[in-house]
Design a protein around this ligand. Structure first.
Ligand code: BGC
Length: 237
């Protein structure tokens, strides 16, 4: 779990990023305690935005595919607010990363439908129309030949299955082709640590109609976007 103080007008970090290993099992109470430690580290008493790897509706966690099932239906906003004594609002992690890229990164100024995909332990997705977020899309759970997309095209899938750039790039291309066919976006933005190595897999993505750009802010986007979700003009879900 990582945090930084963010200037939401520029999308820049005001402090260094601070990181604490995610406790295992990643139960609500264990993560809430890390949230407390992170806010204490910065001596922070203001608003906090948290990017969470699951569906979040009005602060309630609805799914937690890669965490712990005990998260389901937990009021994440209330739990983290209580633990940290700061005013906390949760947002899906990919929605957060997408917000940062649309506001300050490769998606800035792009009108129409823009799709962010984060490639990490899972695949997160965020959809924007004219810069406005449609929250909680879960395209990483799309079934492709009976297999969940994130089990084939996440960076975890590449690592666990020992896939070459070509093998993994083709799996990602198939996923992008499916998304392209269903949504006809103006742009795909790719995030997650692996997007830093875009040149290794870009050659295998040919045939996808929409332009594909790696995120500019890489792993910073999640933190910046979580902070942006605290702005009044941003969606609350
Ligand atoms: C979750 C999403 C999340 C993504 C990336 C998926 O397994 O269902 O909500 O955005 O992983 O963390």
């Amino acid at each position: 779990m990582k945090a930084a103080v963010v200037d939401t007008t520029t999308g820049d970090f005001v402090t260094q990023k601070h990181r604490i290993d995610t406790p295992r099992p990643a139960t609500p109470d264990a993560l809430a305690d890390v949230a407390r430690q992170l806010t204490e580290h910065f001596e922070w008493e203001g608003q906090v935005g948290v990017g969470f790897p699951g569906v979040i509706q009005r602060g309630i966690v609805r799914t937690a595919a890669n965490l712990d099932d005990s998260w389901i239906d937990v009021d994440g906003d209330a739990l983290f607010t209580e633990a940290s004594q700061c005013d906390v609002h949760m947002i899906n992690d990919a929605d957060a990363a997408g917000l940062a890229e649309v506001r300050f990164g490769v998606g800035e100024g792009v009108s129409g439908v823009v799709i962010m995909l984060t490639l990490g332990t899972g695949i997160g997705s965020a959809v924007f129309f004219d810069g406005e977020l449609v929250p909680n899309t879960e395209f990483g759970h799309l079934l492709m030949d009976g297999v969940i997309a994130e089990d084939r095209a996440s960076s975890r899938a590449k690592e666990d299955q020992g896939l070459s750039w070509e093998e993994w790039g083709i799996a990602l291309r198939d996923f992008l082709l499916e998304m392209d066919k269903l949504f006809w976006p103006e742009l795909f933005m790719l995030g997650g640590g692996i997007s830093k190595q875009f040149e290794h897999f870009a050659p295998f993505l040919e045939g996808v109609r929409a332009p594909i750009k790696p995120a500019e802010r890489f792993n910073r986007a999640g933190i910046v976007g979580a902070a942006l979700c605290r702005q009044p003009i941003s969606p609350r879900d």
